[in-house]
Design a protein around this ligand. Sequence first.
Ligand code: SF4
Length: 299
Amino acid sequence: MTTDTLQTGSVAANKLAKRLRRLTGQAIGDYQMIEDGDRVLVCLSGGKDSYTMLDMLLYLQKKAPISFEITALNLDQKQPGFPEHVLPEYLAGLGVDYRILERDTYSVVRDKIPEGKTMCGLCSRLRRGILYRYANEHGYTKIALGHHRDDIVETLFLNLFHGGRLAAMPPKLRSDDGANVVIRPLAYCSERDIEKWATLQDYPIIPCNLCGSQENLQRQNIKQMLTEWERASPGRTETMFRAICNVQPSQLADVNLFDFVGLVAGDTASAANQPDEPSRQKTSTSPLYFHPRQGSGTA
Ligand code: SF4
């Protein structure tokens, strides 16, 4: 099945919709991303991922037995050629509450980063700071970002190959200053599905490279590596993502995570001898989790 063959209303398109909705609901449930009364700030860049995230959240908002608010937010960073009308028109058409923030981070980044160097690191840091501050000042309880499963696996390898750390990108996290909770509702969704969905929906995509910056080369290399692995062994990315959700500290070597020092023979009561506890519930109990048998369907 290719993107080109998907037609709105076809069996394949319906299956895709159900799969994306089910996986989004499941991720939200597994990590308790959204609770009753939450005010969710949905960050919209104009890329395929954030459009899909907004779509999924609006769908779940209608179906969920809890009540939460959604506000879509776009940060206009003043890149040359940014089509300012696209997102307001799209969001007004949806009838969703939205805000457009205008901050000229583009000039700041151009000023600070030498010609030819990648600007994405500083650009993202500035963007994050602005979004966090806005959420704080306006009483939003959650900030939703559109990263998906493949972004998470890529980040794992970036940290492994270049950072000397076994760390990825969590589906839910508290910001460093403790003031915000960031959620990634598409954490279980594959980029391939999102791409197909975005094509099917014909979203008015705004490219992220209007600024002229090349995307981080290391991430591009890892993306290519993962794509090749997936082609040679279909399902490998999903297996690696499952590994991120199934960590066994006693089978690694971090003395801060497991009491190797206290490990002695014969002491079965010792914490060091206990099998690793699962880090999270395997089955969600959240009302936002739609089990396939409850009518959300499978794919
Ligand atoms: S491509 Fe441009 S706008 Fe996008 S993150 Fe990088 S510097 Fe920022």
